[in-house]
Design a protein around this ligand. Structure first.
Ligand code: SER
Length: 309
């Protein structure tokens, strides 16, 4: 069967790169990118879509005979704190629309990104396991916890094959993140390669789980390809890539840029980071679909610098 893929949030940090990979995998003609605005230089099928608009979403699904949706549109953790109610409304409404259209139009698979933001200050910090009591500190995290429950519900109640990952902070050279707590780990590279000093909005010791873009995309595609009977987590899988502090990243970048400097000015995002894990236990992803990240701090840093230069 020829799959037809729709992506929401296709202009975003992850969505842009995922769209290209899905085009490679399924063929350019079988991938429909959607977002609020078209992206300059994008090649392929694009439809303008505000995913809170059910009618428009459904009309695109029908127009292209869509069989799978990757629902990437969302407001992230840091931006979300500036407009809590709007963040809740947007993150929840778009997900419910995607689940409903998938159920009604009989789609065969949906991908939903969750996040390390589902964990709160109550959870153990190191090797945080899958089954914690989730008490997030941000509206973004709250929307992802609720979203995990909704995707589990649609699977259990309607048999809709929704799959989900709790992404760590995603680091890539291809795109810039927008409004997250982990964004510093991308911004720092752009400063370093332009020989500019970096002002970090987290403290030197704020250790967070991170993943390199290539690993994040591969994890997504591997999860979506896994035989249905192997998927045992129907909320969202913990996945790990690497874990480091701003200071460790700074020291790694300094190996290539010995004159690079950093100053620390923690703001409200530090308070968010304080409630997130240091590192993640992803043993269910390892067991169910053989997850294994390729990149650690050193190889990620090398690849970022090489590609940004
Ligand atoms: N990277 C995201 C953020 O910082 C976490 O999902 O909001």
């Amino acid at each position: 069967m020829q799959e037809k893929i729709l992506i929401t949030g296709a202009g975003g940090q992850l969505g842009s790169v995922l769209t290209m990979k899905l085009q490679e995998k399924f063929g350019v003609d079988h991938v429909i990118a959607t977002d609020l605005y078209p992206k300059v230089g994008f090649s392929g099928h694009f439809e303008t879509l505000d995913a809170t608009d059910y009618q428009k979403l459904e009309s695109i699904v029908i127009k292209y005979s869509i069989t799978q949706i990757y629902h990437l549109a969302a407001i992230l953790s840091a931006n979300g704190e500036k407009t809590p109610v709007k963040t809740w409304d947007l993150n929840m409404k778009t997900l419910i629309n995607v689940l409903e259209v998938s159920r009604i139009q009989g789609l065969n698979k949906v991908f939903y990104p969750s996040s390390i933001a589902v964990f709160g200050a109550n959870a153990p910090k190191d090797n945080t396991s899958q089954d914690q009591f989730l008490l997030p500190s941000t509206v973004y995290g709250m929307s992802k916890v609720a979203g995990e429950n909704w995707v589990n519900y649609y699977y259990t109640k309607y048999g809709l094959d929704v799959r989900s990952l709790r992404y760590p902070g995603v680091i890539g050279y291809e795109t810039l993140p927008g409004g997250g707590t982990t964004d510093y780990a991308v911004d720092i590279f752009h400063k370093a390669i332009h020989n500019k000093p970096f002002q970090c909005f987290l403290s030197a010791s704020a250790q967070l789980p991170m993943i390199y873009m290539e690993d994040a995309i591969r994890a997504t595609l591997e999860l979506m390809e896994t035989p249905k009977q192997n998927i045992t987590i129907r909320s969202s899988y913990n996945i790990a890539g690497m874990s480091f502090t701003p200071n460790q990243l700074f020291l790694m970048i300094r190996k290539t840029y010995p004159k690079f400097t950093i100053t620390y000015h923690p703001d409200f995002r530090q308070e968010i980071a304080d409630t997130w894990p240091n590192s993640i236990d992803d043993s269910f992803a390892v067991r169910d679909w053989s997850w294994s990240p390729k990149y650690d701090l050193e190889s990620m840093t090398e690849s970022m610098i090489k590609n940004l230069k």
